[in-house]
Design a protein around this ligand. Structure first.
Ligand SMILES: Nc1ncnc2c1ncn2[C@@H]1O[C@H](COP(=O)(O)OP(=O)(O)OP(=O)(O)O)[C@@H](O)[C@H]1O
Length: 361
């Protein structure tokens, strides 16, 4: 398949291929091990997110000066932007231990009570995907956050009794990809909320240089810029692409990474100059070639690329929209002029029927 030209592969992608997506911002098994080694250890090493860093620095310094436990912190933002890393930095800066768990792991209020009651004074509790916690656990958390107390219910029905349990002061760091889904009473109990933005390419270059140093990989400025441009604004993806380019460089270029090596390696892995992978390009290609740029319904588009509607809607579409390559309109999905340019195709001369007025043409 010559996908680097204008061709589009609309063949089915298997579940394994989707799980293996190099440009997926979620963590995989390999990430977990390597990420531990690549995590910045303090706020100075943490690249970008200037506002969040500055504000958090003040919160932590003030708490330290008062000799108090830091206020609860909510971090929101897409996967792979550094929420877990920041929570570890918060613990390190406060000289406190950290306990890591996630919303889906806490299904019953009892699960949460067990964790809370075993916390040490000042400990940081990192609760990833806090929006996915069960309702009873969430309600228990309200009281724990505000009064450092929980009521443990013993027994059932009319004989049930609430036994109050004092907790040591702790700092909850909640992380969510969807701050809007948090009930206001929970959101209001955080003393500080930091919203993590996607990273600029120059910031990702710094992440890549830093990681290359830790991995002992030789990379020049242009090589780092080439990888950064394909990393979808996400440090986790930048680090993953760096590791794959390192493999290629080891086999083909005595381990040195420059622009040409980075570009050649990422061509092999089918990550294009804007960070689109095979699935993204299949969706975009079908939209342009089979449906003249749209509008077309998402289900039809999914059938055309041999994928589930959810896969197209949740895996490929958000990035295409963010990149300004695809637009959602009431009449269906529509390709933007940038999409035609990206795949090297020419839009139909007089615009596409049904698209008039959408892009001012
Ligand atoms: N600002 C940063 N500077 C340097 N490296 C970073 C930065 N942010 C994230 N990273 C690196 O990116 C990887 C992913 O970060 P992290 O696990 O903190 O993301 P996350 O937002 O918690 O993701 P998820 O929501 O999927 O758990 C880690 O290897 C981390 O070292």
């Amino acid at each position: 398949m010559n996908w680097d030209e204008t061709g589009t592969d609309t063949g089915d992608l298997t579940d394994e291929q989707l799980d293996d997506r190099l440009v997926d911002a979620g963590a995989d098994g390999e990430d977990t091990a390597v990420e531990a080694a690549l995590r910045p250890k303090d706020l100075h090493e943490f690249v970008g997110q200037e506002k969040v860093r500055e504000q958090l620095d003040l919160v932590l310094k003030a708490a330290r000066a008062r000799g108090a436990t830091a206020d609860h912190v909510l971090l929101s933002g897409a996967p792979g932007l550094g929420k877990t890393t920041l929570s570890m930095i918060i613990a390190a800066e406060m000289g406190a231990p950290i306990r890591i768990t996630s919303g889906p792991a806490i299904q019953h209020a009892g699960d949460l009570a067990a964790i809370l009651s075993s916390l040490q004074e000042g400990e940081v509790l990192f609760l990833d995907e806090i929006h996915r916690m069960s309702r009873p656990a969430e309600e228990m958390l309200y009281m724990a956050m505000e009064d450092f107390r929980v009521d443990v219910i013993v027994g059932k029905g009319p004989g049930a009794t609430a036994i109050p349990l004092e907790l040591p002061p702790f700092t909850l760091v909640g992380a969510t990809t969807r701050a809007g889904l948090l009930p206001p009473p929970l959101r209001d109990r955080f003393g500080f909320t930091g919203h993590m933005e996607f990273y600029a390419p120059t910031e990702l270059e710094r992440v890549i240089h830093r990681s290359a140093g830790l991995l002992d990989v030789a990379i020049d400025t242009a090589g780092a810029a080439e990888i950064a441009g394909r990393s979808r604004g996400t440090p986790r993806i930048a680090n993953r692409l760096l590791r794959r380019v390192r493999d290629y460089a080891q086999v083909k270029a005595e381990g040195r990474i420059d622009r040409d090596i980075a570009a050649a390696a990422l061509r092999v892995y089918e990550v294009d100059a804007r960070g689109l992978d095979r699935l993204d390009r299949a969706v975009l290609g079908a939209l342009l070639k089979l449906f003249g740029g749209g509008p077309v319904g998402i289900s039809t588009l999914a059938v055309a690329v041999g994928e589930e509607r959810e896969t197209v809607e949740e895996v490929a579409e958000p990035f295409l929209v963010r990149e300004g390559l695809l637009a959602r309109t009431p009449r269906g999905r529509v390709a933007t002029p940038a999409a035609w340019a990206h795949l090297g195709l020419v839009p139909p001369q007089h615009g596409v029927k049904g698209q008039q007025g959408l892009f001012g043409a």
